[in-house]
Design a protein around this ligand. Structure first.
Ligand SMILES: C[S@@+](CC[C@H](N)C(=O)[O-])C[C@H]1O[C@@H](n2cnc3c(N)ncnc32)[C@H](O)[C@@H]1O
Length: 240
């Protein structure tokens, strides 16, 4: 099992980290998160099985299974979930996990609070989870420190997704892996809905899975596995 305080004291951080009274660590000086206001609403909508079936042609268990497979893909080093949100699909997978240190990272304090309460409600005594409020584009981890980066459903949010990939590459160890999901335009209804969400400013310009893989590849990670189901692409990529 992993000792939490020992890990927080290790020299893996390049930026000062503060510990909040609520058990959530935080990078010093962050502004408020965009998702704070809509955290509860967002959580209710995306957790809905019918919404996922109709709009994205996936079920919540597809997301949970990919998270489980990705987390257990290696037993080495440190794992981070970048943009972990409210852990709506992943709390069941993460709550009992203690094989490696796992940092659950998000910019939104409210999303992290919902996520933490989900894991706390399971009353598991020993897991290796820490919560970290941080910006995915300027993470506190030093270069080449992370073995596994999980990032589910955030790639499609950012126009500057190339910068996100560069930050992921910077943090990954030379033999590290990225496991990522992103909404994509292969399915007609999903593509229409993505276009609407883009007009409203909720997501970046919609991309197909080829375009998503190209951005990952052109910014220094090699695609190892890729699967499209409905309006979602599931990707495994490596640094070395
Ligand atoms: C669409 S949600 C996905 C959440 C979760 N991974 C899931 O699958 O349910 C996007 C998440 O990215 C977070 N986010 C947005 N901008 C961020 C940033 N710059 N750094 C870290 N997290 C960010 C939001 O707070 C939100 O929780």
């Amino acid at each position: 099992m992993v000792n939490d305080s020992k890990i927080m004291n290790e020299k893996i951080f390049r930026i000062k980290i503060l510990e909040g009274a609520d058990g959530i660590f935080e990078v010093e000086g962050l502004a408020r998160g965009n998702y704070d206001e809509q955290a509860t609403k967002y959580d209710k909508l995306v957790g809905n099985a019918i919404y996922n079936k109709i709009m994205w042609g996936n079920s919540p268990s597809d997301y949970s299974e990919f998270a489980r497979k990705s987390l257990y893909d290696s037993n080495d080093g440190i794992v981070i979930d970048l943009g972990c949100g409210s852990l709506i699909f992943t709390s069941g997978v993460y709550a009992n996990y203690n094989k490696r240190k796992l940092f659950l990272c998000d910019y939104s304090a409210e999303m992290l609070k919902i996520g933490k309460s989900r894991i706390d409600s399971r009353k598991v005594e020993h897991n290796s989870v820490s919560y970290l409020r941080a910006d995915a584009f300027n993470m506190p981890f030093r270069d080449n420190t992370i073995q596994t980066i999980l990032s589910f459903g955030i790639f499609h949010v950012f126009e500057k997704s190339d910068k996100l990939v560069l930050e992921i590459k910077r943090m990954l160890k030379p033999d590290g892996f990225l496991h990522l999901t992103s909404l994509c335009t292969e399915r007609k209804l999903s593509a229409k809905y993505l276009k609407l969400l883009n007009k409203k400013g909720h997501v970046a310009k919609p991309l197909n899975s080829d375009e998503i893989c190209r951005i990952i590849d052109q910014n220094g990670l090699q695609i190892v596995e890729r699967k499209v189901k409905g309006g979602m692409v599931y990707i495994k990529a490596r640094k070395g």
